[in-house]
Unconditional design. Structure first.
Length: 351
């Protein structure tokens, strides 16, 4: 190869090694291969050579140009890759943990219902279910709630078209209601099972109610224990064990005498407010206690309606509001928040 061309290649590679930008690379290309570039200028030298040497010089010049062009191309790729890495490093912090795709979670009420069921299952209870649309006999009559009882008032109860219902004699048509409590599941269970009976029945219930702590659609959990020699002391011990397990702390409990036609004696079950430890706060309306629901010893008349010998067996029952317990657990100020389906609210209860 001509020493002139060899010197050009050497100089070019030395200059290329210090090029760090695409602009500088373009300038180098122009300096060697542009119209007035040093390699382009050497092409003019060919005419000055003896004719016999021109062919070899021409071939060597072509090789020199090809080598320079290939080196320029390779260097351009390297610079582009370097710039891309730099951009990535600026935008993406590769040391950060990967983003998780958004995942849904169980509704806070479902979470509470499952926790309640798990707690009572651990205490030896089975889970029983009943329909939302219930006959008046199971929702009211068999629970000693007579035809003239205020609970049957149109103001409280949603009535549905009368029809025959499962579980009663064929052709027995009844007034149907959306069940106003989970207590009809007591009746369904006692009619179909023999003591000892130990069940819980969580489920949806309906009443014509609507304010900050009352909703037309709400949830209760019923508990029922029937056997020989069951006493009020068993009820108290079970509810205390449940409270400790569910709330993870020993809260004060209070039984306030109250009237429900299907229990005797009957009581309201209150819990010492877990937020203020009984000192008084907005959630417990400054009483130090929060009402959870009703309970008591199953009325002998109810046992007899279900074919259970009330001389031999006794039992207790309770019915608690799941929505209220969820409000207590999470300090939710208004019941309606739980039924609006607003994801900004629901996202606060991951599970
Ligand atoms: C009853 O429903 C009885 N069946 C409970 C019972 C069962 C007593 C077994 C004795 C033996 P009560 O109407 O008080 O009782 O309702 C029980 C709980 O359900 C209330 O303390 C409250 O927590 C909840 N509750 C009642 N109505 C609503 C409503 N509209 N919205 C939200 N929660 C409600």
């Amino acid at each position: 190869m001509s020493p002139l061309l060899a010197a050009q290649i050497q100089q070019f590679h030395a200059a290329l090694a210090s090029v760090t930008s695409e602009e500088a690379l373009y300038e180098l290309q122009v300096a060697y291969l542009g119209k007035k570039g040093s390699v382009t200028a050497l092409k003019g030298e060919m005419g000055k050579l003896p004719p016999a040497e021109r062919k070899d010089f021409g071939a060597a010049w072509n090789r020199t140009r090809d080598e320079i062009e290939a080196a320029l191309e390779r260097h351009r790729d390297v610079l582009k890759a370097r710039a891309r890495d730099l951009d990535l490093a600026r935008v993406v912090d590769l040391s950060m943990p990967p983003l998780r795709p958004p995942v849904g979670s169980l509704h806070p009420l479902t979470q509470t219902r499952r926790r309640l069921s798990e707690t009572f299952i651990r205490l030896g209870f089975d889970v029983a279910v009943g329909p939302h649309v219930e006959g008046e006999q199971f929702n009211f009559d068999d629970l000693n709630i007579g035809k003239d009882h205020p609970a049957r008032d149109m103001a409280d109860t949603f009535f549905v078209e009368p029809a025959a219902i499962r579980g009663l004699a064929p052709g027995d048509v009844q007034e149907l209601v959306l069940r106003t409590h989970t207590s009809p599941v007591q009746i369904r269970t006692m009619r179909t099972r023999k003591p000892p009976i130990r069940i819980i029945a969580p489920g949806t219930t309906f009443r014509r109610d609507d304010d900050a702590t009352h909703s037309p659609m709400f949830h209760q959990i019923e508990g029922l224990y029937i056997d020989e020699g069951v006493s009020l002391a068993d009820l108290k011990a079970t509810l205390m064990a449940f409270t400790e397990d569910f709330f993870g702390q020993r809260l004060a409990v209070r039984f306030r005498p109250s009237f429900f036609p299907f229990v005797e004696p009957g009581a309201e079950f209150d819990l010492g407010c877990p937020f203020c430890s009984g000192r008084g706060c907005n959630l417990c309306k400054h009483t130090g206690y929060i009402e959870i629901g009703g309970c008591g010893m199953v009325h002998p008349g109810v046992l007899e309606h279900c074919g259970i010998d009330s001389e031999r067996y006794t039992g207790w029952a309770f019915g608690f509001g799941i929505d209220r317990m969820t409000m207590m657990l999470h300090q939710i100020p208004h019941l309606r928040l739980m039924f609006e389906g607003d994801t900004r609210f629901l996202e606060q209860f991951p599970c």
